[in-house]
Design a protein. Sequence first.
Length: 554
Amino acid sequence: MRGSRVPLKRAVLSGDEVKQTGHHIDLDGARRAGLAHVARLHWNGSEAALYQDAVARGEGRIARHGPLVVETGHHTGRSADDKFIVRDATTEDTVWWDNNAAMSRDRFEALKADFLAYGVQKELFVQDLFGGADPAHRLATRVFCEFAWHALFIRHLLIVPDDGDFAGFRPGLTIIDFPGFRADPARHGTNSGTVIACDFTNGLVLIGGTSYAGEIKKSVFTTLNYFLPEKNVMPMHCSVNMGEDQDPAIFFGLSGTGKTTLSADPRRTLIGDDEHGWCDAGIFNFEGGCYAKMIRLSEQAEPEIYATTRQFATVLENVILDDRTREIDLDDDRLTENTRGAYPLSAIPNSSATGRAGNPGNIIFLTADAFGVLPPVARLTPSQAMYHFLSGYTAKVAGTEKGVTEPSATFSTCFGAPFMPRHPSEYGNLLRQLIARHNVTCWLVNTGWSGGKYGTGARMPIEATRTLLNAALDGTLNDVEMRTDPCFGFEVPVTVPGVDAAILDPRKTWADPAAYDIQARSLVDMFVENFAKFEAHVGDDVLAAAPAIRSAAE
C-alpha cells in the first residue's frame, strides 16, 4: 500500500536552469500550477531526505529514538472559520451552504494570483500521492509545501504510489501549502490572514497562514467527500479493522471518543484509523498513515501507538521536548491538548498492506458522553443508526479553561460536519442503503462517563469498553438478554460475560437516580433540538427513532 519505498532522488528547478537528478518528476506540472519560477523544487523526496531537510532548515528537532518534533505556532488545530469553498456554477446546487462558507470566483482568483506571487523564488517540496487505496476511486494528489516537514507529514498520511504509477500520474487535486502567506480579508474576502480555499471545479486547494499540517490531510478528505457520493461511494470519517474471519468493523467517532485507540487492536488487522470509502465492492482506506492524538499517551494502554513515538521520522506536533535529554513528555500540554503524531500505517504491526477489505459485519458509533446518561453499549435498529449518524453526538469537557467544569454537547453530523461539503442526507441515505444491502449490525458505544456527569462520575473503564466491543464483534451480544432503554429506545444488554453488570444500566450507577432522570431529560432535549434541521430530509421511521422526552424510570 505504501508503494515501492525505493529511495527517490530529488529534482531541482533553479530559475531557467533545470537539473533532473532522479525519477518521478513533472516539471510541466509545476509550470501548469504556476510554480515554475521558484528557487528550488524538491520532488518526491524520501522520508529520510525530507527529515534531513527539515532539521537542516531549523523546522524541527530530533528527539531521542528518532522522531521529528515540530511546533505549529498559533494554530494548534484546524481553523474552521477560515475554510471556504468557491461558489460557482458547479457547486451552487451541490454544496451544503448552510455548513460551508462561500468564496466568490473573483476572490479566489485574486487569492491564487497572490499565492503564486508569494511562491516566486521560494524553495518548495513536492509530493505526488494518492488519496484512496482502491484504484477505481483514488484521487491523484499533488502537494506543494513551503516546509519540508509538511511534505514529510503528508507523505506519511497519504498513499505513496508504486514506482510504476508515476509514469501516468496526473493530479486530480493540487494543494499549495504556504504557511508564511497571509491572506488579506479586504482583497480575498477571508476572515483573517489564515485561509483554506477549495476550488472543486478546478481541483485546487490553497492553504495559507497556518502551520497546522492537519489542514492538508483534511483538504484531501473534504475533496473526496465532495466527489465520491456522485459515484455511489460513501466517504466516512471512521476507522476500520478486521478479524481473522474477514469481518470488517467500522468505527465512527469524533475526536476524543477512542476511534484510533479502539481500532488499534492487536488481535485484529487495522485497515485504517481515520478516513475510508465504502462501496458495494467493500471498504478502502483513503490514507496510508495515521494522525493520532499523543496527549497522555500510555505505553500500557496503547502500546502500538506509543511505539511510534520512539521511531525514526515520526512527526510529533507540539509535543514537549527536553532540550538536554531529548526525551519527549507526552503528559505536558503547555502548548496544546491537541498534540499529534503522524506516522505511516506500516508502523502498526498488524496493519493491512492493501488498505482494503470486504463489506462490514458491524458498525460502531462511538460517543464520549460526559453527562453520564448513555449506556456503555447499545444495539441500534437501521432507523436508529441513521438517526445517530446524522446526529453525530459526543460531549466535551472543559479541558484547560480555568473555572469551567460543566460538559458541553457536540453534534457533528455524520461524525465529521467540518469536512462534509454536501448535505448530510446524501451521506445518510448512502449509509442506510449500504447497511440494508449488506445486513450490517449497528452499535452505540459510550466511552464517556459513568456514575454521574464529568466532575462527579468516572470515565468508563477502557477494559470494560474493550470487552463489550469484542462481545459485539464476535457475536456474543447477539445471545444475551436485552432491555429497551426508556429514553433512547435502543436495546441494552442486561449482563455480559466479563463485565460488571452494574455499569450496564447508567441510572443505577448514579448515587441519586432522580438526578440521573433530570440529566437524561436534558440530553434528550438536546438531541431533539439538534435534529430539527434534519426532519424534512428523513423518513417517518427515522423520526420515530428519536429519543422520547420522559423519565428513564418510566
